[in-house]
Design a protein around this ligand. Structure first.
Ligand code: OGA
Ligand code: FE2
Length: 521
């Protein structure tokens, strides 16, 4: 029984694979395909004609009505005073527009699509296409044909007329290169990528592939063949092309911004940043004493609230956090990072291999001490949470606990996103509250020098000011992450930096995300 089954499967597989594959060598099958294609072109042309007819009728109708209504609206009363006009208006509206509607909705493509569907069963598939590509490269090797000769179609002995001149496009050459690449055949990858690049350089255009992509394949395949110098040269060319005039590695941007250099704000954009008193639509707690809201940045929008938490409250928060920060230092003398059961987006990278010692150590990307404070721990925490909710209009019951962080001299937090990216394992899955929709960052100290919060992608910098909080959305209203929010905490040069963050989550904000805090344009 099993043997019969095996035989059957084998036959099926064999039959289906032999049905294709020999396309390239069977003149009979290939000729059939040629005629099939010819029939399809006829069918396609019929379809185009039908579509044109339809459009012609629609145009006629539009022109007729255009003239008619122009005349009618000149003198509506006079026009409608004529009973025939009145009758025809009724008729048009009641039946003729409906007829037009069905004409507009008529699908003219039926016949063509069904022809195509039927014929497609006999079309070559991906394997056939790959097989044809490989056959071409086999011929190339056997007869030692120059890539350029194949591409221009000027094969020896092919004295066909101009109508048969079959040239390969940039895309064709690139596809051949990719077939070779997927077979780990770097020799042919190189040949065909070089040809694709040559044709691009000669001015041929392509909508699907660019020089950068080709150079990427080239440098890799050359490297695989052991030619490091050439690989490097291709990589250099690639980098040159991929680099806009103002390109800087993120590290450099980060350092520049920390020094207060390279901030990208035009005077025109600057002139549209304002300061205002804000009461969140007459929120009862803020009508009497509205808060001062200042635009820090426009795209993405970052706002700062002034005098939002009192000195007394901040002192209390620090006092509550301090014993835990100390514990953190004890548990990790290098970085002082406290990783509790709470959810840190960078948690997975917190431990890394030290290349010098080979031992596991805690990463230096975040050099600070932190602690988490729950709302139940002290009324001041609850009060601050409430204030965040009142001002942002967002539900904080789904937010993470208040995180308090302290950066000493040299303390920093390298560029990162606060939200979880699609390609990562969902860091917040266990929380069940969705991604981090927004960040609230309260500065609880002034910093004498350094310690800015910088946004490396948009090149913005925000300096700490005690008692002020900055706020931005990490996600677009669609829930997509806003990659412009990439940011970092610069190393403290002189002084000591205290912040507390509130990471607000998606759940609960379905009807809350405030219009006022959307993008400025
Ligand atoms: C963070 C953060 C910035 C800062 O904790 O996620 O980005 O200035 N902090 O401390
Ligand atoms: Fe952050």
């Amino acid at each position: 029984m099993a043997a019969v089954c095996w035989l059957l499967i084998h036959c099926l597989l064999f039959a289906s694979s032999s049905a294709h594959n020999d396309f390239f060598t069977s003149i009979g099958q290939m000729t059939d395909l040629l005629f099939t294609e010819k029939d399809l072109v006829t069918s396609l042309k019929d379809y185009i004609r039908a579509e044109e007819n339809k459009l012609e009728q629609i145009k006629k109708w539009a022109d007729k009505l255009d003239v008619l209504s122009a005349a009618a609206t000149q003198d509506p009363e006079g026009f409608l005073g004529h009973p025939v006009n009145a009758f025809k208006l009724m008729k048009r509206l009641n039946t003729e527009w409906a007829e037009l509607e069905s004409l507009v909705l008529t699908d003219m493509s039926d016949v063509f699509i069904s022809n195509l569907t039927i014929q497609r069963q006999h079309f070559p598939n991906d394997d056939d296409q790959t097989g044809a590509a490989k056959a071409l490269m086999r011929l190339q090797d056997t007869y030692q044909l120059d890539t350029n000769i194949i591409s221009t179609g000027e094969l020896p002995g092919s004295s066909l007329g101009a109508s048969h001149q079959s040239a390969l496009t940039v895309d064709d050459c690139y596809d051949l290169g990719k077939v070779a690449y997927s077979e780990a055949d770097y020799y042919h990858t190189e040949l065909w990528m070089v040809q694709a690049l040559k044709q691009l350089d000669e001015g041929e255009t392509s909508s699907t592939v660019d020089a950068i992509t080709i150079l990427d394949y080239l440098s890799y395949s050359v490297y695989q063949q052991g030619e490091l110098e050439r690989a490097l040269e291709f990589t250099r060319r690639l980098l040159e092309l991929g680099r806009p005039d103002d390109y800087l590695p993120e590290r450099k941007k980060y350092e520049e911004l920390c020094r207060g250099e390279g901030i990208r704000m035009t005077p025109r954009r600057q002139s549209r940043l304002f300061c205002r008193y804000y009461d969140n639509n007459r929120h009862p707690r803020y009508v009497i004493g509205p808060v001062k809201e200042e635009d820090e940045w426009d795209r993405p929008r970052i706002v700062r609230y002034h005098d939002i938490v009192s000195d007394k409250e901040m002192e209390k928060v620090k006092e509550l956090a301090k014993p835990r920060l100390q514990r953190a230092t004890i548990s990790n003398p290098i970085t002082g990072v406290l990783e509790t059961a709470h959810y840190r987006i960078s948690k997975r990278r917190a431990t890394v291999h030290d290349p010098q010692t080979g031992k596991l150590t805690t990463a230096h990307y975040r050099v600070s001490k932190s602690a988490w404070l729950g709302a139940y721990e002290h009324p001041v925490v609850d009060k601050i949470n409430q204030r965040i909710e009142d001002i942002t209009g967002l539900d904080v019951t789904t937010a993470e606990d208040l995180q308090v962080a302290n950066y000493g001299v040299g303390g920093q937090y390298e560029p990162h996103f606060d939200f979880g990216r699609k390609d990562e394992p969902d860091a917040f899955e266990e929380l069940g509250t969705g991604n981090r929709i927004a960040t609230w960052l309260l500065y609880m100290s002034d910093v004498q020098a350094g310690g800015a919060t910088v946004f490396t992608d948009v090149r913005a910098a925000v300096w700490p000011k005690k008692g002020t909080a900055v706020f931005w959305y990490n996600l677009y209203p669609s829930g997509e992450g806003d990659y412009r929010t990439r940011h970092a905490a610069c190393p403290v040069l002189v002084g000591n930096k205290w912040v507390s963050n509130k990471w607000i989550h998606e759940r609960g904000q379905e009807f809350r995300r405030r219009c006022g805090l959307q993008e400025m344009d």
